[in-house]
Design a protein around this ligand. Structure first.
Ligand code: UDP
Ligand code: MG
Length: 313
C-alpha cells in the first residue's frame, strides 16, 4: 500500500481549510490501495486557522504543525516536507487554487516509474491584474537569462514528488529558500502538467505586489551571481569612456587652446558616476546581507505545537 502526503501551508485560511479537507475526501475514492496523510502547517495565522486545524486533526488522516509566528510559505513548505512520511509528497495551497483533481493523474504518472516528480504550471493568468502579469513575465525572462537553474514561467509550487526527490529537496538546507529554484536545482525527471488558472475558493491572497517584488529580488540573489558582475563590467566600460574623453580633451586643448569649461556637465557626470557606484555597492550589499543570514544558521522555522504521526509517536 502506497502513502501520499499532502503538505498544506496555511496562513489566515479559516474560510477555506474545511472546504479543502472536504475536496480531498472527495478525490480519495479515485485511488485504490493508497492511504493519505494531510499535513497542515499553520504559519502563525492570526485568525481561527489553528482551531479549525486542531478540530480536523481528530481525523486519522490529518496531522499538523503550528509555527510560533509567521515564517513565510517557504518555511512552511520545508517544515511540511520534513514532517511528511509518504512515498509520494505533494505541496498544495489551502485555497484550492491547486486543483486536487489533478492528484490522481500525477500519481499515475509517478507510479509508471518514468518520472520522479510531476509539477504544474498555469498557462493563463486570467483574473490577475495586467501590470502584475507583465512584471511576472519580465521577471521570468530576466531570471532565466542570468541563472543556470531553469525557473519555468507560470510554475506553481503544486507538485507531487517521489520520496527520493523530497529527501534531495530537504538536503538543501539554505535559509533563504526559493522552492521553485530548489525543485529545479535538485534535478530529477519532471513532467509538467498545464492547467488554467483557478480563482481562490475564499479568503484573500497573501501576496501584495510589493511582497512579490521583494520575493523576486530574493530569488535572483539566491539563484544567480550575475548582478555581482555588473560592477566589473561597468567599471571596465567607464574606464574606457574616460580614456576616450581624456584623449578628446587633450587634443582639443592642443588644437584650439581651449581649456575645458562648463561645470553643469561636470555635475551631471558626478551624479551619474555616484549613482552607478551606489547601485553597485547596493548589489554587493544584497549578497552580503543574504550571506550574513546564512552564516548565522538560524533555524528555518520554530514549531510551537504539533500532532505527530501515530507510528512515529
Ligand atoms: N501562505 C503561508 N504563509 C505566508 C503566506 C502564504 O503559509 O506567509 C500560504 C497560504 O496560506 C496559501 C499559500 O501559501 O495556502 C499560497 O498563498 P496565497 O494563496 O495567498 O498566494 P497566491 O495563490 O495568491 O499566490
Ligand atoms: Mg492562492
Amino acid at each position: 500500500m502506497k502513502k501520499i502526503s499532502l503538505v498544506v501551508p496555511c496562513y489566515n485560511e479559516q474560510e477555506v481549510i474545511k472546504l479543502f479537507y472536504k475536496e480531498i475526501q472527495k478525490i480519495k475514492k479515485d485511488f485504490k490501495n493508497v492511504s493519505f496523510e494531510i499535513i497542515f502547517v499553520n504559519d502563525g495565522s492570526k485568525d481561527k486557522t489553528l482551531e479549525i486545524i486542531r478540530e480536523l486533526s481528530k481525523n486519522d488522516d490529518v496531522r499538523y504543525l503550528s509555527f510560533s509566528r509567521n515564517f513565510g510559505k517557504e518555511a512552511a513548505m520545508y517544515a511540511g516536507l520534513e514532517a511528511s512520511t509518504g512515498d509520494y509528497v505533494a505541496v498544495m495551497d489551502a485555497d484550492l487554487q491547486d486543483p486536487p483533481a489533478l492528484l490522481h493523474e500525477m500519481y499515475e504518472i509517478l507510479e509508471s516509474g518514468e518520472y520522479d516528480s510531476v509539477a504544474t504550471r498555469r498557462v493563463t493568468r486570467k483574473g490577475e491584474p495586467v501590470i502584475r502579469s507583465f512584471f511576472a513575465r519580465m521577471y521570468y525572462k530576466i531570471i532565466n537569462k542570468i541563472s543556470k537553474t531553469e525557473i519555468v514561467d507560470g510554475a506553481r509550487d503544486y507538485r507531487l514528488m517521489s520520496r527520493k526527490m523530497v529527501d534531495a529537496v530537504l538536503s538543501v538546507q539554505e535559509y533563504n529558500r526559493f522552492s521553485k529554484g530548489i525543485f529545479s536545482w535538485v534535478g530529477f525527471r519532471t513532467k509538467w502538467l498545464e492547467y488554467e488558472n483557478a480563482k481562490r475558493a475564499a479568503g484573500e491572497s497573501k501576496w501584495s505586489f510589493g511582497k512579490l517584488f521583494l520575493y523576486s529580488l530574493d530569488s535572483i540573489v539566491a539563484f544567480s551571481t550575475v548582478p555581482l558582475s555588473i560592477a566589473s563590467v561597468m567599471g571596465i566600460l567607464f574606464c574606457f569612456v574616460a580614456f576616450l574623453m581624456i584623449i578628446f580633451v587633450i587634443v582639443r586643448t592642443l588644437m584650439y587652446g581651449d581649456p575645458t569649461s562648463g561645470w553643469p556637465s561636470m555635475v551631471c557626470i558626478m551624479f551619474f558616476i555616484g549613482g552607478v557606484q551606489l547601485l553597485c555597492i547596493g548589489i554587493i550589499g544584497q549578497y552580503l546581507s543574504k550571506t550574513y543570514l546564512e552564516v548565522k544558521k538560524r533555524p528555518i522555522y520554530i514549531v510551537a505545537e504539533k500532532k505527530k504521526d501515530k507510528k512515529n509517536g
